[in-house]
Design a binder for this molecule. Structure first.
Ligand code: PHE
Length: 342
């Protein structure tokens, strides 16, 4: 009898440790302890070997054990058969614990909108490294060493290797794609870029761009204008006016900057547009033939257009945030104001 009692203690421990996480676990448990060939049944079968004087107390032990085994089964049945309400210790009507959902960064929201507008026109997204070599950031783009245009973009150089820079624009991605992809190429390049500027409300040492490039036979300035018109209407609304001003970029010829009528005052003049009624939103132009040649493309056969815009600038027009530094400070009070799921 001593032996059987020890055995029962072992079984109690086993029951205690048996983890029931699924219907299958529960069924295995039932078969082992409560089934027709299970342990409870077998222990009751031991009764006949117990001396008459001890039958009573042994019967008591057996009944307790049986109840223990059944109780665990009943407790867990609710978990798997849906009758949770009846399960002791569990109240499914209690409200759940609320948890805070993150929100997208305003610059991500704006970038996604910009990207999706150009995607609808057939532009594919291309990305490249933020640490770039001189060739892709400058030389291939028609800014050879000592070219004064390099000063237009104050550059961070990597100390270990002066041939490496933090890219100053995502035009470097355009150079990479032109170098390796078959024509025609129609891409937009979103990404972070770096410039050595003193940090202030109006300038930061990094910001974000979306640049676009289309190279094919017979691409014209009219194609460029139509593409940008479409973008402006989609981004800022049907009634937004557009104007182009001649400008200079080493990688485009002719080059222009594009202004839109001020989204805050509608063109009547306010502090955002410095009372001119217009705000500049991007630079653009026809890809310089020398750039095409640098990248192994026959410039007598192919032409292209390119444009580049700052995401912070577009975000400023959308959200009227007038201090650029806010975008990089990770202050939740600021970031939580731009909730959206896109
Ligand atoms: N790369 C230019 C800049 O960073 C923008 C640009 C792109 C201008 C393409 C013209 C054409 O300022």
């Amino acid at each position: 009898m001593e032996q059987v009692l020890q055995q029962i203690d072992q079984y109690k421990k086993e029951i205690d440790q048996w983890v029931i996480g699924s219907a299958e676990d529960l069924e295995n448990y039932r078969i082992r302890f409560l089934g027709t060939k299970g342990i409870v049944k077998a222990l009751f079968g031991e009764m006949k070997n117990i001396p008459a004087g001890e039958k009573r107390s042994f019967g008591q032990v057996l009944n307790d054990f049986k109840q223990l085994a059944e109780a665990k089964y009943e407790d867990n049945k609710g978990l798997t058969d849906g009758k949770d309400k009846d399960t002791p210790g569990m109240d499914l009507t209690l409200p759940g614990d609320a948890f805070t959902l993150g929100t997208r960064h305003p610059l991500s929201l704006v970038r996604n909108r910009i990207v999706s507008i150009y995607q609808r026109l057939g532009f594919a997204v291309a990305e490249g490294p933020e640490i770039e070599d001189d060739w892709h950031n400058f030389t291939a783009l028609n800014m050879p060493e000592n070219h004064p245009a390099r000063d237009m973009q104050d550059t961070f150089y990597i100390q270990r290797n002066p041939d490496w820079v933090l890219r100053t624009h995502t035009s470097s991605v355009q150079a990479r794609v032109l170098e390796t992809s078959p024509l025609p190429v129609r891409i937009i390049c979103p990404g972070r870029v770096y410039r050595n500027e003193t940090v202030s409300a109006r300038a930061n040492c990094f910001f974000h761009q979306v640049e676009g490039l289309y190279v094919d036979k017979h691409v014209s300035f009219a194609d460029l204008k139509q593409t940008l018109y479409f973008f402006v209407k989609e981004m800022f609304g049907e009634h937004t006016r557009v104007r182009f001003r001649p400008s200079y970029f080493p990688f485009t010829e002719p080059s222009a900057e594009m202004d839109i009528s001020c989204t805050v005052c509608g063109g009547t003049g306010c502090s955002l547009c410095k009372h001119t009624g217009w705000v500049e939103i991007l630079g653009c132009g026809m890809v310089h033939p020398q750039l095409l040649e640098n990248l192994g493309i026959d410039s007598t056969q192919y032409t292209g257009f390119a444009f580049g815009m700052g995401v912070e600038r577009i975000a400023q027009l959308n959200y009227r945030v007038n201090d650029l530094r806010l975008y990089a400070q990770n202050d939740l009070r600021f970031l939580q104001q731009f909730t959206s799921s896109t």
